[in-house]
Structures are given as C-alpha cells and as structure tokens.
Design a protein around this ligand. Structure first.
Ligand code: FES
Length: 257
C-alpha cells in the first residue's frame, strides 16, 4: 500500500509508473554558424519526483555539460520559450513530465520548420514577422481614438466567447512546427499568425476587418491550409488554430459573395 507521502507525490502509487533511478536524455547538438553536422549527445540524469524534461536538461547543463543550449524562462507553461521536439513531437519541455513519456531514452531535437541557432534553440524571426504581419491588435476607424483611447469599449460575454480560446496563445510556435504547409512554404503565414488574425477579426470591438483580411487572403495566407489539424493536436493550451483558419476562409468567401 502506498504511504501518505507517496500518495501526496502521486509517484509510486500511480498505476503503470515505476520511478527510474536515472533518466537518459539524448540531445541534438549543433551550431550551424560554426559548421559541421548535427550530432547526438547523451546525458544521464538522476530522476527526482515530478521531474520534467526541462528539469532534466537543466540538470545536464548545470552538472554535466554547460555548453548545452536550449531556451526557457517561466518553467510553468506561460512564456512559450521551451518548445522542442520530444521523442519526435513538438512539446513544451517544462510541461512534459518524465513519467508521461514511455520508458527508455528521451530524444530531444530543435523544433521542425525553424532554423537552428544552437542545439535545441531555434530562430523565431520569421515566426514573429508573420505574427506582426496580420496586425495583431485592435484597429479602430478613428485613429485618434486608437492612439489615445479615451474610453472603454464594452463587450458582451457572448461576443467575447467568439474569440476567447484564440487569446490563450502563448506563441510557443509548436503549431507551426507541426504544420505540413509551413514545411513546404516558408512564406506561409502559418497556423499561429492566422489564428491570431481570426482572433482580432472576431473581436466585436475591432473595426479593421477589411484591412486585416488583406493580410491573410493571398497565396501564402489561409488558403495554404490543408486542414491537416496537426496544429490543433499539439497546441499545449488546447487552442484549435485549424478552426480559426477555416473561419477565416469562410469570412473571405462570404466577403467575395
Ligand atoms: Fe515558459 Fe516552458 S519555460 S513555457
């Protein structure tokens, strides 16, 4: 029978999980600016209760190899910095507990569809450029009012629910890493930017629908989406970017009619 402390930590009392003594974590190592090719380096890390993949990487960096590079900040699924491929799937390292993964070595690689800066850290320059391109802010017809708003813009709960899930995005980029059209066309805006465009178009306070629609209605915009749905599967916040993109297509078709 599990002890009180084991119950509290939800470790050995959890069916199907036997805490390992150590975790083997295999990391892709490469600095493209220096040259060479990606190599895999393996680190053995002592397991502790509740350990996440980010915890294991931090242990390896602090105790075994200080040159190992990866990005993180909040350690609680808020900042969106720690995205990487974990056993081949785009995931947040800080939100992925070791006990959720199959037994055996854990493979970590940089996110697909992004250039690698070093090891597990990727370049988000294009990702943020695509986001800025769709004008992700409230647009008002009165520009003076937009620059210096003098009042609040009330909104009903029903109107808020039309875009609410899309406002939960933490911009971790996992959706773009899982998206087949992003892999084929680097200029494609991608699910994150397109879902953001829908978030603002669907906001009852926004008056920039026509202006913003132009940013997504082109060969690298929403029509590139093949509805693979992988973006929605990997989103750590439960957002459905694929839905937002289909809603954008619907709006554009209605506009043309
Ligand atoms: Fe902030 Fe993982 S470190 S989301």
């Amino acid at each position: 029978m599990a002890t009180a402390s084991e119950k509290e930590m939800n470790v050995s009392s959890e069916p199907g999980f036997t805490p390992p003594k150590e975790v083997v974590i295999r990391c892709s190592r490469w600095t493209p600016s220096v040259g060479g090719k990606p190599a895999v380096k393996e680190y053995k890390v002592p397991y502790s209760q509740g350990m996440t993949v980010l915890d294991a990487l931090l242990y390896a960096k602090e105790n075994i190899d200080a040159s190992l590079s990866f990005r993180y900040s909040c350690r609680m699924g808020i900042c969106g910095s720690c995205g990487m491929l974990i056993n081949g799937r785009p995931m947040l390292a800080c939100e992925t507990q070791i006990k959720e993964l199959p037994p055996g070595p854990i493979e970590t690689e940089p996110l697909a569809n992004y250039d690698t800066i070093r090891d597990l850290a990727t370049d988000f320059t294009d990702f943020f450029a695509h986001y800025r391109f769709v004008k992700p802010y409230l647009i008002r017809a009165d520009k003076d009012d937009q620059e210096k708003p003098a009042k609040q813009y009330p909104q009903t709960e029903k109107d808020r629910l039309k875009y609410l899930q899309f406002s939960y995005c933490i911009m971790c980029g996992l959706c773009d890493a899982a998206c087949p059209p992003v892999a084929m066309d680097p200029k494609y805006l991608g699910p994150q930017a397109l879902a953001a465009a829908f978030r603002w178009i669907a906001d009852s306070r926004d008056e920039g629908r026509a202006e913003r629609a132009e940013t997504v209605d082109h060969e690298h915009g929403c029509w590139q989406c093949h509805v693979a749905m992988t973006c929605s599967v990997v989103c750590p916040k439960g957002i459905d970017p694929a839905l937002g993109i289909q809603m954008l297509k619907r709006l554009l078709i209605l506009k043309r009619l």
